[in-house]
Write a protein that binds this ligand. Structure first.
Ligand code: B12
Ligand code: SF4
Ligand code: SF4
Length: 269
């Protein structure tokens, strides 16, 4: 078992943010069927992996140029790429008992990854409703978590509010009036998406955050994450893949229907 080798292999493809959460703290807030002892009896640590900045996207582009079938055969190629990388690197955990979960919208079982990453010390809770990482700011995706019986030292949680002292350009820049009492509201933001196409392919509020601004995603990656219908053809073009070869259309994010598709709580705590 070599957790450092696992970390370093995954960091090499852009899963460059890592922390270890205490399952006992997770169990306090997770719904009953999401509690560690239910997901993997004997869990002693939860490893959490995120991707900061554009590194994962760039690694995906390299992979698709070499293996176009990875785009053509996957509805969500970035998520699929992260899963493949995890399944290759998993052997570093040797005989440890473990169970992996992913943050993708089509995961079999949804866990609240913002909460997991918070417990694993990856960042603090921002006004944007996103986890704000000390280095990558809001430019952090959460990708995978491994519940394991390995006893590892837990990462230090970031208790301080990452937005303290900031004049909050996120709020003043937002064209959709999506903040209520200084915090992002999913319902206000979704209502604006319903009424206007202004935020179809980007979020000005997120883009205005000064923290980790140097890790801002590039324009193509932004379109891919915010507007899959436009982002998928763009990804095909970047990877040099013909539209006819691609078996999928880009779909999502589902601004107004996600509550019907995603349940990360799974019953009361
Ligand atoms: C459904 C979903 C959506 C829905 C609903 C969003 C929402 N806020 O819940 C829609 C489609 C609208 C959406 C939009 C976006 N999403 Co989204 N989404 C998800 C998904 C799949 C599940 C989230 C969910 O079920 N929420 C429902 C409940 C849990 O949410 P809630 O009650 O509002 O949230 C409570 C808890 O999260 C809790 N909480 C407890 N501990 C902590 C700790 C911290 C640090 C935070 C921030 C919150 C938190 O606080 C909230 C209020 O009580 C997750 C992946 C996952 N499995 O976690 C990604 C996820 C949350 N989304 C993400 C992102 C980046 C986005 C977008 C920017 C779009 C995009 N394409 O990139 C936008 C804007 C989101 C924003 N400003 O919050 C990232 C967040 C990364 C981060 N750094 O925090 C995630 C983790 C996906 C990923 N792979 O990284 N998303
Ligand atoms: S997507 Fe648009 S409405 Fe929603 S927070 Fe971002 S800028 Fe505001
Ligand atoms: S702009 Fe300022 S207040 Fe808004 S999320 Fe970033 S740090 Fe927080």
């Amino acid at each position: 078992m070599d957790v450092d080798a696992l970390r370093s292999e995954l960091a090499g493809i852009g899963l460059n943010a890592f922390g270890v959460a205490d399952p006992a703290r997770w169990d306090v807030s997770a719904g009953r069927e999401r509690q560690a002892q239910h997901l993997l009896p004997g869990t002693r640590s939860i490893l959490v992996f995120g991707s900061g900045g554009p590194a994962l996207w760039n690694a995906l582009l390299d992979d698709l140029r070499a293996h176009p079938e990875h785009l053509c055969e996957e509805a969500h190629p970035l998520d699929a790429y992260a899963r493949r990388a995890v399944s290759r690197a998993d052997s570093h955990l040797g005989g440890a008992r473990r169970r992996w979960f992913f943050a993708s919208g089509d995961a079999e079982l949804h866990l609240d990854f913002r909460m997991l990453a918070d417990l694993a010390g990856l960042g603090g809770r921002s006004r944007m409703g996103l986890l704000l990482h000390p280095e990558f700011g809001l430019w952090l995706g959460l990708r995978a978590a491994c519940f394991t019986d390995l006893a590892l030292p837990f990462s230090q949680r970031i208790e301080v509010d990452p937005c303290v002292g900031c004049p909050a350009p996120c709020i003043t820049t937002c064209p959709g009036d999506a903040f209520v009492d200084g915090a992002w509201s999913v319902d206000r933001c979704s209502a604006f998406h319903e009424a206007s196409r202004r935020c179809d392919s980007s979020c000005d509020a997120r883009g205005a955050c000064p923290k980790g601004a140097e890790h801002h995603y590039g324009p193509e990656e932004l379109v891919y994450h915010y507007d899959r219908a436009a982002g998928r053809p763009l990804l095909r073009a970047l990877a040099g893949i013909d539209a006819d070869a691609d078996g999928y259309e880009g779909v999502g994010p589902h601004w107004n229907t996600w509550r019907k598709k995603v349940d990360v709580r799974g019953g009361s705590a």
